[in-house]
Write a protein that binds this ligand. Structure first.
Ligand code: GLN
Length: 366
């Protein structure tokens, strides 16, 4: 990795370099330490070009929830790069860096990889240390690589050690047609994800009060006005919406109906996916319902934005590894837009901790 230029999503701590997670409340936060993922790549000789834009605290699917600036899709600057790791995806797709680190709580590595035509790997939950990753939903958050090729993604996952796993002497036989598989609990994952992710977020983000963490409001007269002022000024509208929803789902009268029920659904999704993957090497799915959409197209409709995560969130609920690979181009849409070709990616979901098998398969399809 000596001299290899990388970009790092701005929710991954970099010693001496500002790390904001896309939020004003962390606008002055300069970590005194590297995240484990960063320190391993640094030790392998990688060079860090900069920190990449993202939806505030990872909460979004288009990078439009950054409190700093929008990021544009290099294939069409009127379109979003996806999110929340949209800055990393755009930087790789525009060849501003060789590869990048992103994070994936419900699709934030895979969906921007699909929108920008690159490779994105969400490792098995627990495969990559979360030390130094600014928490969104701790039971779902994973750091992973975004790159031009499967081999580059494997190199990054290996912490800079060259991946021998891809050197296959004989390729598996993929000639039989892929059977369609039915997953009856699949559609339950999206609502369960949004209850669980927001509940965890409401707890995780309580630390940003202007005292323990986060920028402090000026001129507060007492403790309540200090907390309210710091959080009111420092957190953006989508983050506030999610804290309120998560706090509601965890509150005494509603816990059983929302949080507990969502945990039960999570168990069903986990069991069903594990049972299916006991019979198959991997599951092949679309990554998202559409290619990159226009800036502003969904930003005023949070539910429409959440629904776009349908194909990715179950993988996080189940803790499984999944990789998104470039799968060609589609034309951008009817009327007036002919000629605009946008990349799409396909998702391969693998067995827990079998990144080797998953990446071998991806390498064959690539
Ligand atoms: N779009 C999803 C969300 O907003 C996933 C984000 C992520 O993976 N960080 O929660």
């Amino acid at each position: 990795m000596s001299g290899v230029p990388l970009a790092i999503k701005d929710n991954i701590c970099t010693q001496g370099v500002r790390t904001t997670a896309g939020s004003q409340i962390l606008r002055d936060y300069v970590p005194t330490f590297d995240a484990t993922a960063v320190s391993k790549l640094r030790a392998a000789g990688a060079v860090f070009l900069g920190k990449t834009n993202m939806d505030e605290f990872g909460m979004g699917s288009s990078t439009e929830n950054s409190s700093y600036q929008p990021t544009r899709n290099p294939w069409d600057p009127e379109r979003v790069p996806g999110g929340s790791s949209g800055g990393s995806a755009a930087a790789v797709a525009a060849r501003e860096c060789a590869a990048a680190l992103g994070s994936d709580t419900g699709g934030s590595i895979r969906q921007p990889a699909h929108f920008c035509g690159i490779v994105g790997l969400k490792p098995t939950y627990g495969r990559v240390s979360r030390y130094g990753l600014i928490s969104y939903a701790s039971s779902l958050d994973v750091i992973g690589p975004m790159a031009h090729t499967v081999e580059d993604a494997a190199l990054l996952l290996n912490g800079g050690v060259f991946p021998r796993v891809l050197r296959l002497s004989s390729l598996p036989d993929f000639s039989p047609p892929c059977p369609q598989v039915s997953l009856p609990t699949f559609g339950l994952g999206l609502p369960a994800y949004y209850v669980l992710a927001l509940s965890e977020a409401s707890s995780n983000l309580s630390r940003y009060d202007g005292v323990r963490y986060g920028a402090r409001t000026a001129g507060a007269s007492d403790l309540p006005s200090l907390f309210c002022g710091s959080r009111g000024e420092g957190l953006g509208p989508e983050v506030k919406r999610r804290i309120l929803m998560g706090t509601y789902a965890l509150s005494a009268g509603y816990y059983d109906a929302y949080y507990k029920r969502a945990q039960q659904v999570r168990t069903l999704v986990q069991r069903e996916m594990a049972a299916t993957l006991a019979s198959f090497d991997a599951l092949l799915t679309p990554t998202a319902p559409s290619p990159a959409y226009r800036l502003g197209e969904k930003s005023s409709d949070p539910l429409a934005m959440y629904k776009g995560d349908l194909m990715t969130v179950n993988v996080n609920l189940a803790g499984l590894p999944a990789v998104v690979l470039p799968a060609g181009f589609v034309s951008a849409g009817a009327g007036g837009e002919c000629g605009v070709q946008l990349p799409i990616g396909m998702q391969l979901i693998g067995r827990a901790f079998d990144e080797v098998g998953l990446l071998q398969l991806a390498h064959v399809y690539e």
